[in-house]
Design a protein around this ligand. Structure first.
Ligand SMILES: N[C@@H](CCC(=O)N[C@@H](CS)C(=O)NCC(=O)O)C(=O)O
Length: 198
């Protein structure tokens, strides 16, 4: 039995979407209803996935575990295409996600309003550079995964909504906007959004 520890709107929404893509039934547990989540994940961040007694943490590692374990079209088997797909997952999880995490950190820890806005703008400028990288990657293909969404497209589609929480301008190119809209319109994503509210 799979149980996903999640928080509404967080990166765990991508894990849930990928579980839906793989048609894996999962129980969702909102960590905001728990006082002892750190006994599951000592870092206390979502996602955490339990499979019976096994605890999996770190979003990218969980995604790769699921894609290797279950049949899917999200992780190619051909070595070069597979390496590219893993690189895109890491770009999403280890480059784009932390760039957005700076917005949350600044908002929480800088109290001077001018200094806060300056820091938010600097973080947003970096995020915009990263979205331009995505736009460039999409010059020859609709999704990072080619002609269908990959796990990285799903992860980026989740992170892309976070800018709206802050007084910053996040700019998406035309091809990126299309990729994000198409990815978010998939039934796997819409089902995840419905369960993510729980
Ligand atoms: N490196 C971790 C980071 C995950 C992460 O930052 N999760 C955020 C939500 S998107 C979180 O749980 N933040 C609350 C906290 O860290 O206490 C991963 O990729 O799983």
């Amino acid at each position: 039995m799979y149980s996903l520890y999640h928080s509404t709107g967080a990166c765990s929404l991508a894990t849930l979407t990928i579980l839906n893509e793989l048609a894996i039934p999962v129980k969702v547990i909102n960590v905001n209803s728990l006082t002892d989540f750190d006994t599951v994940n000592p870092v206390a961040s979502v996602p955490a996935l339990t499979i019976d007694d096994q605890v999996l943490t770190e979003g990218a590692a969980i995604v790769l575990y699921l894609l290797k374990k279950h049949d899917n079209d999200l992780l190619p088997s051909e070595p070069q295409a597979r390496q590219q797909a893993i690189e895109h997952i890491m770009f999403a999880n280890a480059t784009m996600h932390p760039a957005y995490s700076k917005l949350f950190f600044i908002n929480q820890h800088i109290s001077n309003e001018d200094a806060k806005q300056q820091a938010l703008d600097a973080a947003a400028a970096h995020i915009n550079k990263l979205w331009q990288v995505v736009e460039d990657k999409l010059s020859q293909q609709q999704y990072l995964g080619g002609d269908q969404p990959s796990a990285a497209d799903i992860m980026l589609a989740v992170y892309s909504s976070w800018g709206a929480y802050f007084p910053v301008a996040i700019n998406f190119g035309e091809r990126t906007t299309n990729m994000l809209l198409e990815t978010r319109s998939r039934s796997s994503f819409r089902m995840a959004l419905a369960s993510d509210d729980a």
